[in-house]
Design a protein around this ligand. Structure first.
Ligand code: GLA
Length: 728
């Protein structure tokens, strides 16, 4: 991997074995985008923006002739005011009220490794030789502002990580109304946009559409990355599939309000801008201060979407997820939420624990309802003290009893929330987000604590850690069960109110950094009504996420398929629950529920004491099977073979890194009389090696090129099959 600057052609070339990223400096010192894609060995300098005089395309003040206009120039970090009328990557209001800034190329530096992003989650390196970073400085001379555009290229990954800093070298403060993490201009080409949208219990549904002329905005204004629009998009060629074609992914490492703006102009150029949501955002950047944006992770694949996902998965497993859980097999668990909801006591819990032990499950997680007298969702958030008497022996003894049985012990918190009916709210009503004089909207009967405030964070941190210090706890589920309304902080001045949402996230990240640093042995799983905050920002602190509150095996096919586009399988919590399913009322077989949940971090979320002997036997087999193949299922290469968004059947497979083992899952939603005879071809195997498959010995080339028939007897609704392959 290298980054070099060619003085003759005035181009920067970031290059590794997979990709090239090219930037150029135009004659008027505008920084332009030249290329991002498959590696170019030596760029000649030939490909340059064509000079042409177009009516109504203005020329910048110092242009030597009428041939240069920002109106059509593919700018690397576009602004507004000098003739580029497209969406800008930034919007700054200066002291004199002007929003016109003129950033020109000033200088660059190349840094070994990758600097951290202050206060924000980001990709990291463990050694300096793993990556290299280019920082290009643009300056607006009149306002004395600098933009520092940062690009990191990693060895061995088709990725560029980008972020932006705004440095205010003037004597005045400047109001930041938009500052993107990245902007990229694609030259004329047809593109499809793929994005992950949804709602509660229906997260990350995959939508693919043509990019048409005009502007499309994909965003969240909900105070979290949201169930509704994940901060991930892919831009692909219309012919791109899972296995072939160009694909560009952009994933924002952020858990709050975000936006991606896609604009196709009349000249068939497409601009894609990603960053903090500019809606209701304003930040007063004082003299001498710097504003740092979150990071955007841009991945390129020349072999379709599966390869794009492999890069994200490997990158996140190696350079985003940290701590003791990094690349470590994750425990199977039993969670009591759907088993008992709030209605539990020591006896019930211990019965579940005993069953779990007999079935080979490794951890018990006590969910909502153990604190502050909480027996329903109307009370007690903010009062993180154990409800005396609910667990008769007390939590400390419970933890001990569970540990004595050989299981780990996990517990649920919802630290960012406050119930109106809580001691904390009675003592500090101003600690919840809210506008003085106005009512507060409820969400699940609760308010949101103002995590932009240090005093609020300190109080919750102290409460939470007094539990963690007293009771041996191996795992924490960090929940967040509503979105933000009446976003206002009473500690901030009027002109700073546009900062609250982002200050909240910075506060949350600061809290989490302290927590994971001080409790390195705890495994953290994040949650927001299921997968309402499944994003790369939280994965930096918490290596797992509860994928969805929807545990129905059929609904999960789409949810997990969509999630896998950007996020590693080892980060996806997936549980087998009871039937009829609590969210959809659907009844699926235990085998199918197991086959879906095994394609993530397997857990169970049902009352184990209510199961028949056969069901227990089956679960025991599932758990045992999963533990045997956990490395493959959590960290193997995951291939999507058949999409649940395109038909009745879904298939995916896992291949071990040495390609000697694989696991294939096939699911059929509805049965059909005279169903089509379906074949399945595998991928990722060694062509010349033989695999033991379904009791036979078959070579990799045959399995990949001819494939095999799916058993036509696979009938009934919601059925599934699983195949394990091993090289002989
Ligand atoms: C959210 C979570 C659930 C459960 C409940 C508890 O909905 O997603 O898994 O923890 O909260 O109140």
């Amino acid at each position: 991997m290298t980054i070099f600057f060619d003085k003759k052609t005035k181009t920067f070339h970031l290059q590794n074995a997979q990709i090239s990223y090219l930037l150029g400096i135009e004659e008027n010192n505008s920084l332009v985008h030249l290329y991002f894609g498959k590696k170019i060995k030596n760029y000649s300098g030939n490909y340059r923006y064509p000079r042409t005089d177009r009516s109504f395309s203005p020329n910048p003040p110092d242009a030597s002739d009428r041939l240069l206009s920002l109106d059509t120039l593919p700018l690397e970090f576009p602004g507004n005011g000098f003739g580029d009328f497209r969406e800008p990557a930034y919007n700054l209001k200066l002291k004199n009220g002007s929003r016109i800034t003129d950033f020109r190329y000033d200088s660059y530096k190349i840094i070994a490794g990758k600097p951290t992003l202050e206060g924000l989650p980001a990709l990291y390196v463990e050694a300096e030789n793993e990556a290299e970073t280019l920082v290009v400085t643009l300056k607006d001379t009149l306002s004395k502002l600098q933009l520092k555009l940062s690009y990191t290229i990693y060895k061995g990954f088709a990725v560029i990580a980008r972020s932006t800093q705004l440095v205010n070298d003037s004597q005045d403060s400047v109001e930041v109304n938009r500052l993107a993490s990245q902007s990229i201009d694609f030259p004329n080409r047809e593109l499809d946009l793929i994005h992950l949208n949804g709602s509660w219990a229906k997260e990350r549904q995959l939508t693919r559409e043509k990019v048409n002329t005009g502007i499309k905005v994909l965003d969240s204004k909900r105070g979290s990355s949201s169930h509704h629009q994940n901060p991930f998009v892919a831009l692909v060629d219309p012919t791109t599939t899972e296995f072939q074609g160009d694909a560009y992914g952009i994933n924002l490492v952020y858990s709050g309000n975000h936006e991606t703006v896609i604009q196709k102009d009349p000249y068939d150029q497409t601009r894609v801008i990603t960053g903090l949501n500019s809606f209701n955002f304003s930040w007063q950047l004082g003299a001498g201060e710097t504003f740092q944006t979150p990071e955007a992770v841009m991945v390129y694949s020349s072999n379709g979407l599966n390869e794009l996902s492999h890069t994200y998965h490997d990158l996140y497993n190696h350079h985003l997820i940290r701590g003791e859980a990094k690349l470590k097999e994750r425990p199977t668990l039993i969670n009591n939420w759907e088993a008992t909801y709030f209605d539990f006591n020591e006896e019930k819990v211990m019965k579940i624990v005993e069953e779990a032990k007999a079935l080979g499950i490794e951890m018990f997680v006590l969910d909502d309802g153990w604190f502050g007298g909480r027996e329903d969702d109307f009370t007690s958030l903010g009062d993180w003290t154990e409800t005396e008497g609910k667990i008769a022996c007390g939590l400390e003894n419970l933890s001990q009893k569970i540990h004595e049985k050989g299981l780990k012990f996990g517990i649920w918190f919802e630290p960012e929330m406050i119930s109106e009916d809580s001691d904390l709210f009675r003592a500090h009503p101003d600690w919840a987000l809210g506008v003085p004089g106005r009512g507060r909207s409820l969400g699940r009967n609760q308010f949101v604590l103002d995590f932009s405030r240090q005093d609020v964070r300190d109080n919750i941190y102290q409460q939470m850690t007094s539990i963690l210090d007293r009771i041996p706890i191996d795992y924490v589920k960090w929940d967040m069960n509503r979105n933000m309304t009446e976003v206002y902080s009473v500690l901030l001045d009027s002109e700073n109110q546009g900062e609250v949402s982002h200050r909240y996230m910075l506060g949350l990240y600061e809290f989490l950094e302290k927590l994971v640093t001080n409790y390195p042995e705890i495994l953290f799983e994040s949650c927001s009504g299921g997968g309402g905050r499944f994003d790369a920002g939280l994965l930096y602190y918490m290596p797992q996420t509860w994928t969805s509150d929807n545990t129905d095996a059929v609904a999960r096919l789409k949810i997990q398929y969509g999630t896998s586009l950007a996020y590693p399988i080892s980060s996806m919590g997936a549980h087998v629950s009871a039937i009829p399913n609590h969210q959809t009322e659907r009844k699926t077989s235990l085998a199918t529920r197991g086959n879906v949940a095994m394609s993530g971090v397997l857990g169970y979320e049902l009352d184990l004491t209510q199961l028949s002997t056969e069901e227990k036997k089956e679960i025991k087999e599932q758990v045992n099977f999963y533990k045997q193949h956990r490395q493959l299922l959590q960290f193997g290469t995951f291939y999507r073979l058949k999409s649940p968004f395109e038909g009745n059947d879904t298939a995916w497979m896992f291949v071990s890194k040495n390609q000697e083992e694989a696991m294939v899952f096939y699911y059929r939603v509805l049965t059909e009389a005279s169903a089509p005879l379906t074949t399945l071809k595998l991928v990722g195997l060694l062509e010349d090696e033989n695999y033991e498959f379904d009791g036979k010995m078959i070579a990799g080339d045959e399995l990949m090129n001819i494939g095999f028939y799916i058993n036509p007897e696979l009938s009934g609704d919601y059925v599934s099959q699983r195949f394990y392959l091993r090289k002989v």
